[in-house]
Design a protein around this ligand. Sequence first.
Ligand code: NAD
Length: 290
Amino acid sequence: MILLDGKKTSNDIKQEIAEKVAELKKHGKKTPHLAAVIVGSNGASVTYVNAKVKACEKVGFDSTLIQLPADVSEVELLKKIDALNNDDNIDGFIVQLPLPKHINEHKITLAINPAKDVDGFHPENLGRMVLDLPGFLPATPYGIVQLLDRYEIETSGKNCVVIGRSHIVGSPMSILMARNTKVGNCTVTLTHSRTKNLEEITRKADIIIVALGKTEFLTGDMVKEGVVVVDVGITRVEDASKKSGFRLLGDVNFEEVSKKASHITPVPGGVGPMTIASLLMNTLQAVDLK
Ligand code: NAD
């Protein structure tokens, strides 16, 4: 079994980006600048945003963290987005999800200038992805494609099963794996909460991408020998033995599935760091778009 090491791969990508940024600076070009907007103080969201800002610093990007109170109005948030859209110094920005219930996430996503939408959630970028046009790919699926590419996983002609149809992971992932590209050309089955006999489908899969947010959902008896497994799930579970008071669990029963898998991502240290690496790649691309 080979571990698909997202931490190491994302560090390799960060190193490559840092070299490109140093080159830009050497030639007097603008330093890429990513802004992150966070509303409220949800523990997991704060951790993710801080990790993104730290990653910017590591590669030499400029970064701006905009923290808004949990009760900020939708109008105020839209004003902030408008300001970022019109700020030439900002190349790309993200609004960390989820947002508080009184704010309409679709409205916020639609307000972001597609040319600065480095999370790749805007309908224009999702449409570009479907049409094979250049644009920003959604950060988590893009990170998974990068990971499979760098580990030279053969995907052409393989059966790929995606579990979960969210707009940010499962659905775009299913499209990317079916595209006529190096990582792609799979026969894809997108499964969800209404899928019947899921284990019959997963047992036929060569590649399984699991993104449903249910801890240790994919078990050893649901997969065949030699399967490639990508675990997107991140759930905090209480653990008094940890300093933080919690540990992170994925959607895959690692202990069981790793015994049969040819390749598998760990949690933590798999997809999470790759999502951040993709965000940095998209931000670098945003500079070129200007
Ligand atoms: P979501 O919560 O928006 O949607 C879950 C999906 O799972 C739904 O489409 C639902 O139909 C499907 N589902 C639920 N029960 C199912 C079942 N029994 N069988 C098959 N499908 C079922 O999902 P999300 O936002 O994609 O998040 C999924 C997980 O991935 C969460 O743990 C989240 O924290 C994690 N996540 C991680 C990263 C990362 O960078 N590693 C990024 C995004 C999300």
